[in-house]
Design a protein around this ligand. Structure first.
Ligand code: 5GP
Ligand code: MG
Length: 182
């Protein structure tokens, strides 16, 4: 397991190496194609964290898809239950009567996923499915499950492969556990 210090002195330990990510992403694409059976789908990519995962995933999907982006911000104090979720950049296309597949980096408490799914149905989506690269089931505050999950992980804070800490580390090819400063 590679271990090194990041610029701000925090440790980074590889949790999921790039080759394992690539293999699982290909499997997810096969499962998604099998489910949609060639029907057209709107893929909604949640910025910023899902951008690399989604870019890899959609290149293995054969289902006819259109792509749109949505950006959420979750703010408030550290108690997740008092967090407020806001859309900071909404979809540009209509999802009315469409089958929609949300592509997200992580389901943690489930609040963002719940918010997004409700939002898409409010916009008139006929069906909303959810694909998350990572799932932290032990952190869940809202009873919600993704339709497709890449990896189920424990309660650790991860960065890399699109995900950040203070906007850093999104470009790293592996997924790392971010440790304390030393
Ligand atoms: P939820 O609403 O499920 O609590 O939060 C989901 C969002 O929190 C994810 O889309 C992601 O932006 C952020 N998040 C949750 N856990 C982590 C983590 O371990 N690392 C990073 N970088 N973001 C996380
Ligand atoms: Mg996110």
């Amino acid at each position: 397991m590679s271990r090194y210090l990041s610029k701000n002195g925090k440790t980074l330990n590889v949790l999921l190496p790039a080759d394992a990510l690539a293999e699982r992403v290909r499997e997810l694409a096969v499962e998604i194609d099998e489910y949609y059976e060639g029907r057209e789908v709107v893929v909604v990519i949640v910025l910023k964290g899902a951008f690399i995962f989604a870019a890899d995933l959609v290149r293995h999907i054969h289902t006819p898809i259109t792509i749109d982006f949505i950006r959420l911000q979750s703010y408030g104090d550290d108690t997740y239950s008092s967090r407020v979720i806001q859309i900071t950049a909404d979809l540009r296309s209509s999802v009315e009567d469409c089958e929609v597949l949300v592509v997200e980096d992580i389901i943690d408490t489930g609040r963002c996923a719940d918010f997004l799914i409700n939002h898409l149905y409010d916009l008139g989506a006929a069906d909303v499915k959810f694909c998350a690269l990572l799932d932290k089931p032990s952190r869940r505050e809202i009873a919600i499950e993704a339709d497709w999950v890449g990896f189920s992980i424990s309660d650790v804070f991860i960065v890399g492969y699109g995900t950040d800490f203070a906007q850093l580390y999104r470009n790293l090819p592996n997924i790392y556990i971010l440790g304390k400063s030393v």
